[in-house]
Design a protein around this ligand. Sequence first.
Ligand code: NAP
Length: 263
Amino acid sequence: MTFTHWENRSVVVTGGTRGIGLGIAELFARQGAAVLLTGRDGEAAREVAEGLARETGGRVAGMGVDLRSPEAIEGMAAEAVRRHGAVDVLCANAGIFPEKPLREMTADDVDEVLDVNLRGSILAVRACLPAMERAGRGRIVLTSSITGPTTGYAGWSHYGASKAGQVGFLRGAALELAPHGITVNAVLPGNVRTEGLVGLGEEYLSGMRASIPLGRLGETADIAHAVLFLASDEAAFITGQTLTVDGGQTLPECLDAMAPPLA
Ligand code: NAP
């Protein structure tokens, strides 16, 4: 059995400036991979990358890539190849989750969420394909969500549609890219303690905590380890799949189905 030589791998992480993406970028950097992380603002992304490089001793670069711009996304793949010689792994992670009741939802609200979360993911995959096809291998890991593919949440219907859309996309993409040795999978995080989630307020967080059988919110490292596995050589025979990482949140039929917390 051989294990992935991360020091020979080039990894792109969208939405790597904070939250889950930063956790993913950090884990890959600690394994020795060369990482390109992105966020909307170039200066902020470079600052985060420099900090991460100092902290981990790894090779980390940052770049401004707004996922609403197809040209910027093409530039991201080109930059990874220019800097690190390849794109071995794409973590299409960036996403937004604004709350909006359906009755108040405008066409612009729908476009914004679908553009960043769904169209942005698809275009990021497309942009990285030439490099992966040249290498004859590649790993694509999308950050979807339990919301949409598995559950629903009032106020986040457009978000759920974007996240379920990612899973629909990955099944077709996995079939199309299998002959090139490229796998496409997704992680489905439950509620993970990130800046974005904390912004939803303490009431939201404590309600969520109470509905997670393992008794805590997820940490970014919980998601990053699942992504690292799906991106590894060891996961070579897994494609078109989703991996739920939610502390068991989607298991119980109702709160009474859960064991009471230990005294
Ligand atoms: P977060 O803390 O809000 O971070 C979001 C990241 O996406 C940031 O790095 C942000 O970068 C980037 N981003 C936002 N809009 C962008 C755009 N237009 N173009 C490029 N990048 C953009 O979010 P998070 O909680 O880590 O969530 C990350 C992913 O996990 C999302 O896809 C989300 O749907 C999914 N997820 C999260 C949870 C959770 O509980 N946290 C649960 C399920 C799924 P800048 O601000 O620097 O532009």
